[in-house]
Design a protein around this ligand. Structure first.
Ligand code: CP
Ligand code: NVA
Length: 301
């Protein structure tokens, strides 16, 4: 593994190794065992979109690993004024040991990897959110003991989270049931990948996808960059809410995963959200541990 660009790129073995390393780093951190294995290394963190969890967990994670995180707002960089990605990649490769980027187009992340000579980590694009899904898989394994054979349901927009959940969960031999409105389906490339799996099902009816679920995922109806579509999407996603009626169809011990930020009473009710806050905030914490595993795997000598 040279980069983390999208879940589609990872093998089952690579995902398992990252989750095992994340568990180990979490254990060490909880027990005060220092692991400064990235001493002397610098991570550039390019943000073209807002962030709470990603920024703080990468900065703290890099500090705990003994390295230096450098926050770079895309608007303050020359890339925000049109300097080509090819040139940015070649310049930053001469100063840094790794780059984390949150941006719009997946192609920008892929180009950084193509033209640079250091590891690139996708910290969210319109297409993918692999760091989040690694943390989600870590959390599910922590609560359920193993991943294989679990019924995963995703209700909502066929967005970066849906794309990454489908790829990551199918690779881990989980059964994946997706409910999206017809006009808001996941990416074509991801659906083509998923069609090879008999344990993948897509519907436009949330109640069908939720039956016997062990884990239900949801996400916002309007992602970052879709601000002009908010009102139209609120209408399109009526009926795609995770609520008591949906939970009644799932297994009694069904978990909820939400990458956050959440919009209460839109994609999830306040009641369901608060009843599952324990799992949701463990998921948020696990961003730290999962990303430390990614940085160690990619950047350690
Ligand atoms: N889940 C997630 O990526 O959160 P932020 O947007 O706050 O980084
Ligand atoms: N789908 C959301 C995820 C935020 C972490 C977005 O892209 O805004």
């Amino acid at each position: 593994m040279n980069h983390l660009l999208k879940m589609l790129d990872l093998s089952r073995e690579e995902i398992t190794d990252l989750l095992n390393l994340a568990d180990q780093l979490k254990y060490e951190q909880k027990h005060g065992i220092s692991h400064k294995v990235l001493e002397g290394k610098s991570l550039g963190m390019i943000f073209a979109k807002a962030s709470t969890r990603t920024r703080v967990s990468f900065e703290v994670g890099m500090y705990q690993l003994g390295g230096q995180p450098i926050y770079l707002s895309a608007n303050d960089m020359q890339i925000g004024r049109g300097e080509p990605v090819q040139d940015t990649a070649r310049v930053l490769s001469r100063y840094l040991d790794g780059i984390m980027i949150r941006t719009f187009a997946q192609s920008q992340v892929e180009d950084l990897a193509k033209y640079g000579s250091i590891p690139i980590i996708n910290a969210l694009t319109d297409f993918a959110h692999p760091c989040q899904v690694l943390a989600d898989l870590m959390t599910i394994r922590e609560f359920k003991g193993s991943l294989e054979g679990l019924n995963v349901c995703y209700i909502g927009d066929g967005n970066n989270m849906a794309n990454s959940i489908i790829a990551g969960c199918l690779k881990m031999d989980m059964n994946v049931h997706i409910a999206c409105p017809d006009n808001y389906r996941p990416d074509k490339e991801v659906l083509e990948f998923a069609q090879q799996y008999s344990n993948f099902k897509m519907t436009s009816v949330p109640a069908e996808a939720a039956v016997d679920a062990d884990v239900i995922f949801t996400d916002v109806w309007s992602s970052m960059g879709m601000e002009s579509e908010i009102e139209q999407r609120k209408i399109a996603f009526q009926g795609y809410q995770v609520n008591d009626a949906i939970m009644a169809l799932a297994h009694p011990d069904c978990m909820i995963q939400h990458c956050l930020p959440a919009h209460r009473e839109e994609e999830i009710t306040e009641k369901v959200f608060e009843a599952h806050a324990n799992e949701i905030f463990e998921e948020a914490e696990n961003r730290l541990h999962a990303q430390k595993a990614v940085m160690v795997a990619l950047m350690k000598d």
